[in-house]
Design a protein around this ligand. Structure first.
Ligand code: ATP
Ligand code: MG
Ligand code: FE
Length: 332
């Protein structure tokens, strides 16, 4: 079966073709417009999706060397995300399915981030644990089957990606700051500045205190030395990153111990972080886990993960009707 996947939940317009479970194309149109605003502006995001969606889909179809007529079903991100952005992808998918008289498949974006692990080998075995760390979410999920997932813990305030992006803003770096902090952290000393570890019991997270601690640290240091940020940017980035990574992995270790599960995955935009990736590999060796880390192109938002999730639903004939509407909030 040939599935067209559509993703438009935030600020990436993406389209992908999946043929019998194999990804043949994954076109992603980003939106540079948000960088100067220090975050995604919803109104601008919807407009950019509207401009990008047709050329992005055309390119995905072309690159897969098929035609529109070959598509057997359309899978789209129903939520969670920005409603105006979701509406563009949803409306497009509905129109395409209606015009071609083919089935329509709704996909949960957070499930799709996890199901990106079924694009390439090696694939995890059920049940596995997934730490999903993205711009809007931080979750530890027990994945029992493709669409049977249990939320074991989540953030009580900011997401891990938000912690990176808000820290970057304090450091006067452009949005999204996560990749930049990653880059500078590689040149810095992770022990240069000590940052607090949030005291949250169980498997939940909190990152808002960290952001405040960094703000106070930078303010105090700048008072002493106005050149502080330019002179010590690498060390600040390395210290912040190392704290975020240690918080994430300590909880993941706890979840692995509690459940006895040894197939451990990470997913979402922050799973592209080099510090997180290398620390997880190290921890996996120590605890004899099988560790699963997505390819970079499948960490941040992409339609390949929507297409692969859609393919699994296609096999179950799990379709939706033309009355479907997007949802800004959706449970994993
Ligand atoms: P959600 O999936 O929760 O709806 P989203 O779709 O906006 O949110 P993603 O596209 O999955 O999130 O991830 C974007 C986030 O990943 C941003 O916060 C960005 O800073 C972060 N990110 C991307 N690359 C890196 C990196 N190398 N290091 C740290 N953070 C990163
Ligand atoms: Mg994005
Ligand atoms: Fe996402």
């Amino acid at each position: 079966a040939i599935i067209l996947g559509i993703e438009s939940s935030c600020d990436e317009t993406s389209a992908s073709i999946c043929i019998d479970g194999e990804i043949k194309s994954n076109i992603i149109a980003g939106q540079a417009i948000h960088s100067k605003y220090g975050g995604v502006v919803p109104e601008l995001a919807s407009r950019a999706h509207q401009q990008n969606i047709i050329p992005t889909v055309d390119q995905a179809i072309q690159q897969a060397k098929i035609t529109k007529k070959d598509v057997d079903a359309v899978a789209f991100t129903r939520g969670p995300g920005l409603l105006g952005s979701l509406l563009v992808g949803t409306s497009f998918a509905k129109s395409f399915a209606l015009a071609r008289q083919i089935p329509l498949i709704e996909v949960n974006h957070m499930q799709a981030h996890i199901l990106a692990h079924f694009i390439d080998d090696p694939k995890p075995n059920f049940p596995f644990l997934c730490l999903t760390v993205s711009g809007g979410h931080t979750q530890i999920v027990l994945v029992k089957d493709y669409f049977d997932m249990e939320l074991l813990g989540q953030t009580l305030d900011d997401a891990a990606g938000e912690a990176f992006d808000k820290t970057a803003k304090i450091l006067t770096l452009p949005y999204p700051g996560g990749p930049l902090i990653d880059k500078y952290a590689q040149l810095g000393d992770p022990n240069a500045f000590s940052l607090p570890e949030p005291q949250i019991t169980g498997l939940n997270f909190s990152f808002s205190g960290l952001k405040t601690a960094i703000l106070y640290l930078v303010q105090a240091k700048m008072k002493e030395n106005p050149q502080f940020l330019t002179q010590h940017l690498n060390d600040v980035c390395a210290s912040v990153q190392s704290r975020i990574v240690s918080v994430l992995l300590n909880k993941l270790k706890k979840a692995a111990k509690q459940t006895g599960v040894k197939d451990i995955a990470i997913a979402g935009g922050v799973s592209a972080n080099s510090g997180l990736r290398s620390a997880l590999i190290e921890m996996g060796e120590q605890y004899k886990w099988r560790v699963f880390i997505p390819k970079f192109e499948y960490c941040t938002d992409n339609a390949a993960m929507i297409a692969i999730a859609g393919y699994q639903k296609y096999l179950k004939q799990d379709f939706v009707g033309q009355d479907i509407t997007p949802l800004a909030r959706m449970h994993v």
